[in-house]
Ligand binder design. Structure first.
Ligand code: DUC
Ligand code: ZN
Ligand code: ZN
Length: 467
């Protein structure tokens, strides 16, 4: 199954790449294909798809006085279990740090620790003369996208002047601008007011981060991108009004893109309140504290995300994988939702959860592959090597069984370094049977058989969506 369609075929792998995609029963050097190869994987009745590409992860990310609980080792192993064979993680430049230092630190964390191939985006935590200059050399390093934050004042926040200058650099270099679009200063005022009114439970995280502040920031980012000519990719879109801004800009012909995440397709603010008898919920809700926040199902945000995936107003689904344990991490925010580390872990479940959209008729089979692999490859300069089953491409392959079944949750299909699952109780029709990365088997019928020294750093080309 490719983004372009589906065919019955045999896939011949030689070394690290795909050598041929042949009609079933084809001969090789005058012999039946299966007789002349070292190993045959029978995928009869199953889908062979290009390995998943999760373009938004945060392994070992320092955040809220703690650090995301998956290391590159545990997080990429969980990725492999779930049919994801490439990740793009965010290297971080913090205030007062040089971009080069932040990037070097990320290379050090990841090198020799990854089960799957990995690339980096660069978070620019302080746009100034130094970082703008450093951005000139990122393309040579194979880092062809950078992220700015309109949220988190005092941590990663960029003001409009900084955004404008970074976007001018984006236009000049071809680096893709990735934007966390939420109005952070306004959110912080609302959060403080709620806290002072005694509204301290995790539920109020979502109330403070109102959709108006996502729509406003998305619009502002779009206008600054229009003015500067920068290509723009808005990450973790959850508000239907933000999608409307992206759709309108695309209709005007602007080069803007949007990503959503499984949590915004399936989970809601109402779910987060949960079965608690308390009006404002209890601390269980911390399991689902992430930014942008889960949004109200009554307001129809989840349906709007699925629709936008069909209409191509949103182009990709990444996880924003940023796991924290309840014990010792999320519980830092007991009594004050502002201190709960933001993030949900889903890297293992993205391929399965999106396949549910095929089962329920929300998306087609080819659109599934496009969303989880092909478009991320094109968007982030990996296409040809990754994102497609064709001769010459890396042999990153997943055998997916549509008749299979996956129970998601702690102690079931969950190999992430977390003491809970944000997806407890989810049942998926479909199963990742078998995973290969560059010709090496990572998952087979016996389970995980990969190694943390297998994954290589991916030097990426410029986005293939430049105009
Ligand atoms: N959102 C999260 O939920 N976690 C990490 C950073 C972010 O923007
Ligand atoms: Zn973000
Ligand atoms: Zn993120």
């Amino acid at each position: 199954v490719n983004a372009t369609g589906t065919a019955a075929a045999d896939v011949l792998v030689d070394g690290e790449t795909i050598a041929a995609v042949l009609a079933p029963g084809s001969q090789l050097l005058g012999q039946d294909l299966t007789a002349s190869v070292d190993r045959v994987v029978d995928a009869t009745g199953k889908y062979v798809i290009p390995g998943g590409i999760d373009a938004h992860t945060h392994m070992q990310m320092p955040f809220g006085g703690t650090e995301a609980s998956d290391t590159f080792e545990t997080g990429t192993r969980a990725a492999a279990w779930g049919g994801t064979t490439s990740i793009i993680d965010f290297a971080i430049q913090r205030y007062g740090e040089r971009v080069e230092e932040g990037l070097a630190a990320w290379h050090e964390k990841a090198a020799g620790e990854c089960a799957v191939d990995y690339g980096f985006h660069q978070i620019i935590g302080g746009v100034d003369e130094h970082s703008l200059k450093a951005m000139d050399t990122l393309v040579d390093e194979g880092i062809t996208s950078f992220k700015l934050f309109m949220a988190y004042p005092g941590v990663f926040f960029s003001d409009d002047a900084q955004i404008l200058r970074a976007m001018q650099k984006s236009r000049e270099t071809g680096l893709l601008t990735m934007m966390h679009a939420e109005n952070g200063p306004a959110i912080d005022v609302l959060a403080e007011q709620l806290y002072n009114q005694g509204k301290t439970t995790p539920y109020f995280h979502g109330i403070a981060r109102a959709w108006q502040l996502e729509e406003e920031a998305t619009h502002r980012a779009i206008m600054l991108a229009d003015l500067t000519g920068a290509p723009l990719y808005v990450v973790h879109v959850s508000a239907k009004q933000a999608v409307e801004q992206l759709a309108a800009a695309r209709d005007r012909g602007q080069n803007v893109f949007g990503e959503t995440c499984p949590q915004y397709l399936y989970l809601s603010l109402e779910d987060q309140l949960g079965a608690s008898s308390e009006e404002w919920g209890d601390f269980e809700g911390a399991k689902w504290v992430c930014s942008t926040p889960l949004r109200s199902r009554a307001e129809g945000h989840q349906d709007a995300m699925w629709r936008a995936l069909r209409t191509n107003d949103l182009q990709t689904v990444s996880t924003d994988h940023c796991p924290f344990c309840m014990k010792g991490q999320k519980d830092l925010g007991q009594g004050d939702f502002r201190a709960i580390p933001n993030g949900i872990g889903s890297i293992e479940h993205r391929v399965d959860l999106l396949y549910q959209g095929v089962v329920t008729g929300e998306i087609t089979l080819s659109r599934w592959v496009e969303l989880i692999s092909t478009t991320p490859a094109r968007m982030f300069g990996l296409y040809g090597r990754k994102g497609v089953v064709q001769p010459g491409a890396d042999a990153d392959l997943v055998v997916y069984d549509p008749q299979g079944h996956t129970s998601i949750g702690l102690g079931k299909s969950h190999h992430m370094n977390m003491d809970y699952s944000a997806w407890e109780g989810y049942e998926v029709d479909g199963h990742v049977d078998w995973v290969m990365s560059r010709g090496n088997v990572l998952v087979d019928e016996t389970g995980y058989v990969g190694s943390k020294t297998h994954g290589r750093f991916l030097k990426r080309d410029l986005t293939q969506y430049l105009v």
